[in-house]
Design a protein around this ligand. Sequence first.
Ligand SMILES: NC(=O)c1ccc[n+]([C@@H]2O[C@H](COP(=O)([O-])OP(=O)(O)OC[C@H]3O[C@@H](n4cnc5c(N)ncnc54)[C@H](OP(=O)(O)O)[C@@H]3O)[C@@H](O)[C@H]2O)c1
Length: 252
Amino acid sequence: MSSVLRSAPLTLLAAVLSLAMSARPAASQEPHTDAQAPRTQASAPLKIGIIGTGHIGGALAALWVNAGHEVLMSSRHPQELQALAHSLGPKAHVGTPAEAARFGEVVLISVPYGALPQVGRDLKNELAGKIVLDTGNPYPERDGAMAVEARRKGTGVASAEYLPGVRLVRAFNAINSGDLRSEAHRKGAPIAIPLAGDDHEALQVAEQLVKDAGFAPVVVGPLAKAREFDVGTPVYTRLMTEPQLKAALGLK
Ligand SMILES: NC(=O)c1ccc[n+]([C@@H]2O[C@H](COP(=O)([O-])OP(=O)(O)OC[C@H]3O[C@@H](n4cnc5c(N)ncnc54)[C@H](OP(=O)(O)O)[C@@H]3O)[C@@H](O)[C@H]2O)c1
């Protein structure tokens, strides 16, 4: 791991709170203007690779660029992301999924769940040892039989099997993409984002990135506990504040 990443959690925890308060979502399809540039710079910006720049990945790319991070958005057709990258400004880059995996100190994987096994296989070397945030939700009607199995095991356990060797955190799976855009940095108590992971430092980095995106992180527990905020649970896409989510999950 790079020295930047080793120092990032502590540095960022101290430095980016005011940044998180001032950043706001970018209009992803509009041309870049000064008004869309980050208002402040993170003192220790991270390099974030995004695999799957769709509804969720695209929204988070905008929020993290606005928070001062450097983001490489990827697609199997990278040229299709050029307009979005241009609208987000010089901290937004475009590449292939392999380039995103190499680029990121942190990698967001936000693909249809059925593609996760292939991503894990194809990018095993590039992703090895990286902090990976996984937003995927298994839907049998879209992803086939593997989704039934993933729901049975719980996504934290299933995703870890598909992404061996990464420092996995389940994140941003329990909020709709529209709410991700509209509720980021909202006035009043922020909306809570549940997280689960086995790696303490990976969870710390994920917590900071949730704050940078304009939400409140709630660590639910290890990967095995990710099932508590899977599709169909009482907290899934419910837009709860931190106290409400903690109460619903019986957390202190
Ligand atoms: N939409 C929501 O509100 C929401 C909320 C929570 C969680 N989720 C979950 O988060 C994940 C992403 O959702 P989304 O709505 O953002 O999906 P989406 O809009 O369909 O975007 C997914 C992206 O994944 C990429 N992709 C597909 N197959 C791939 C592969 N084999 N290798 C690499 N990239 C691949 C596609 O990019 P290219 O075709 O450009 O390569 C596509 O842009 C899903 O698992 C979903 O269930 C979605």
